[in-house]
Structures are given as structure tokens and as C-alpha cells.
Write a protein that binds this ligand. Structure first.
Ligand code: CMP
Length: 183
């Protein structure tokens, strides 16, 4: 579902003002964000972000919810559920040294509608927000490495492809998605 123009601006401006991440932004900037967003609906089960894939969009949930999952050594683990007013997809956009940084987790729709900003608008409108730049996920797993990718921009993160990587290991032919510190 897509909405454009004035209706979209009016309808979503008020919602954007209630989003905790955007609470300190002035009305003009909120208006610019409302102008820039696309509105997308994702039925339950849709993978909005795929771990190991490239990504160019940032999402604010306007209704419904999603679950954030990660592939680890046991399988696909749910890390968290996010609801209306929460956001996701910032990590792959924030690695300034690497414009093709990859998604750090899966985000799976539990039936939701999202307000979506593309990479350019994300950076020009909200990419400088401290909350985003300093965002740290405490429950984030760890250190794993995906190999045997069949595609250049999207790694198949099946458990069979997971391999533990220790500091100092050679990483030729491998993509480090996250880091596990064994203590
Ligand atoms: P990105 O890596 O671009 O795409 C997947 C998104 O999932 C990621 O940005 C974060 O927004 C979100 N994410 C990653 N790890 C966690 C976590 N541990 N808890 C909640 N959200 C997460």
C-alpha cells in the first residue's frame, strides 16, 4: 500500500511527532520527514530485512509489530519484538566507512505498516541524531561468520554455513557479520 502527497503528510505528521526517536525535532523537520516517507504494508511472515543482505531503507513502525531475529549456532533466534513507534534498519545505513554495509539481523513482519525513508533522506533528515549514532544492542549475539555465499550482495545465513571465527583467523572468502567473544 502506498500513499503520496498532502494526505500522507497530514496523516503521518502527527504520528511522527509521537515517535520517541523524533521527539526533539522541530515541526519543519517533521514536515520534511512526512514528505519524504513511503508507507508500506508487510503481511505477517514477510522478511523486511534479511541478515547478511544489503539494505538501503530505514523503517518506523506505524502500526502492528515485527520480530527481530538472528541466525546463530542453534538456528534462528528471536531477539526482540518491536511495535508501533519503534524503528529499525539504521545499522546498515550508519556505517559511513562502508556504504554497502549489511543487515545485522532479520526483521520479520508480524503484520505491520511501516514508514520508510531511503538512504539519502535518512542521512539528510535524521542520520545525525545522537540516539541513532550511539545505538547499541546489548542483547546482540556475537561473532559469527557466513561463508559459501552464492550471491555477492546477499548471504544465505543457513546454520550449515555458520562457522566460528576467532580473533586473528584469516577471513579471506568469509564475511564477518557479528562477533562472539568466548570467555
Ligand atoms: P540493520 O542491521 O540495518 O537491519 C536489521 C535491523 O534490526 C538493525 O539494523 C537494527 O535496527 C535491528 N536490530 C539488530 N539487532 C537488534 C537487537 N538486538 N534488538 C533490536 N533490534 C535489532
Amino acid at each position: 500500500m502506498m500513499k503520496t502527497g498532502k494526505d500522507k503528510n497530514q496523516q503521518y505528521k502527527k504520528f511522527l511527532q509521537s515517535v520517541p526517536l523524533l521527539q526533539n525535532l522541530n515541526e519543519e523537520l517533521i514536515g520534511k520527514i512526512a514528505d519524504a516517507i513511503e508507507v508500506d504494508y508487510y503481511p505477517a511472515g514477510d522478511y523486511i530485512c534479511r541478515q547478511g543482505c544489503s539494505g538501503d531503507s530505514f523503517y518506523i513502525i506505524s502500526s502492528g509489530s515485527v520480530k527481530v531475529t538472528q541466525h546463530n549456532f542453534i538456528g534462528e533466534e528471536t531477539l526482540r519484538t518491536l511495535k508501533a513507534g519503534d524503528y529499525f534498519g539504521e545499522q546498515a545505513l550508519l556505517v559511513s566507512s562502508n556504504p554497502s554495509a549489511l543487515r545485522t539481523a532479520n526483521v520479520v513482519s508480524l503484520d505491520c505498516e511501516c514508514l520508510v525513508l531511503d538512504r539519502t533522506n535518512f542521512h539528510s533528515l535524521i542520520g545525525d541524531l545522537n540516539e541513532l549514532k550511539t545505538k547499541y544492542y546489548e542483547d546482540r549475539d556475537v561473532f559469527h561468520c557466513l561463508e559459501n555465499s552464492e550471491s555477492d550482495d546477499c548471504v544465505d545465513p543457513s546454520v550449515a554455513d555458520l562457522k566460528l571465527v576467532l580473533r586473528g583467523d584469516s577471513l579471506d572468502d568469509a564475511l564477518v557479520v557479528d562477533v562472539l567473544f568466548l570467555t
